[in-house]
Design a protein around this ligand. Structure first.
Ligand SMILES: Cc1cc2nc3c(=O)[nH]c(=O)nc-3n(C[C@H](O)[C@H](O)[C@H](O)COP(=O)(O)O)c2cc1C
Length: 226
């Protein structure tokens, strides 16, 4: 396969998988993926990423604690705004299309709070993935470093595809930073960015049938030529 095809395949076959098989991922494979991801560019090469790989018993404990917080109905304590504080068009429509699209795939009716809360809870079970990455950043770093971080995160997800693995990026895993910091001994002067669950896709999981559409080029590209 020509290199450009392999690259395009790895990028376009990445999607958010929300159901994983109970199959472990080799430690060497995790190391390789992180090594590849670390070739990401960053302004002045400052490499702002700090990665916590959570597996085994600690993964289960983290899941239990996050699920408990979710069950108690604790509001998100995320340390930064991920979404617009005031939703507006066209983002509101896109957000709704994605949320409702997933729920439609799962047969969850609009307004069925119990069913949607149960699906949301799956975030904190890491969708059964055996490996969870938690990402932290020094809180005094600026927006540019968050730009760098995004490139690093995408590298992880694309590199994982190259080895037949799938991922789900999860801002939800930054909802309860105190739990994450305490369990993983992350100091208070760091911010929890998000998490990524990683493993082998469960092809029978209905949630994995959902594939949100993308805009046409004409909707977001302006060519300037002469
Ligand atoms: C930084 C980031 C955080 C996300 N957080 C969540 C999350 O908490 N839970 C979830 O199910 N999906 C989450 N997603 C997945 C998005 O919903 C998904 O990327 C989007 O709908 C496009 O679908 P695709 O990734 O399958 O192409 C997140 C994506 C990104 C990039």
């Amino acid at each position: 396969m020509p290199a450009h095809t392999a690259v395009a395949d790895a990028i376009t076959s990445r999607r958010s998988v929300r159901g994983f098989l109970p199959r472990d991922v080799d430690r060497e494979l995790i190391d390789r993926i992180l090594q590849i991801a670390a070739s990401a560019p960053s302004g002045s090469n400052i490499q702002p990423w700090k990665v916590h790989v959570v597996q085994g018993a600690l993964r289960d404990t983290l899941s239990r604690q996050l699920v408990a917080a979710h069950e108690q109905g604790l509001p998100s304590q995320r340390e930064y705004e991920y979404y617009p504080v005031q939703w507006r068009s066209p983002y509101l429509e896109r957000r709704r299309a994605t949320g409702w699209g997933l729920y439609r795939t799962l047969g969850i009716q609009k307004g069925d709070r119990q069913a949607s809360s149960l699906q949301h809870r799956r975030n904190f079970e890491f969708f059964d993935a055996p490996v969870v990455f938690l990402f932290a950043i020094d809180s005094d770093l600026e927006k540019g470093s968050w730009l760098d971080y995004g490139m690093f995160l995408q590298n992880i997800m694309v590199a994982a595809r190259g080895f037949g693995l799938h991922t789900c990026p999860q801002a939800a895993l930054a909802n309860y930073p105190d739990i994450v910091k305490k369990l993983l001994s992350i100091p208070d002067d760091q911010t929890i960015v998000c998490g990524i669950s990683m493993g082998y896709e469960d092809p029978d999981c209905p949630a994995n049938r959902f594939q949100p559409a993308r805009m046409a080029l004409s909707e977001f590209v302006t060519f300037h030529d002469g």
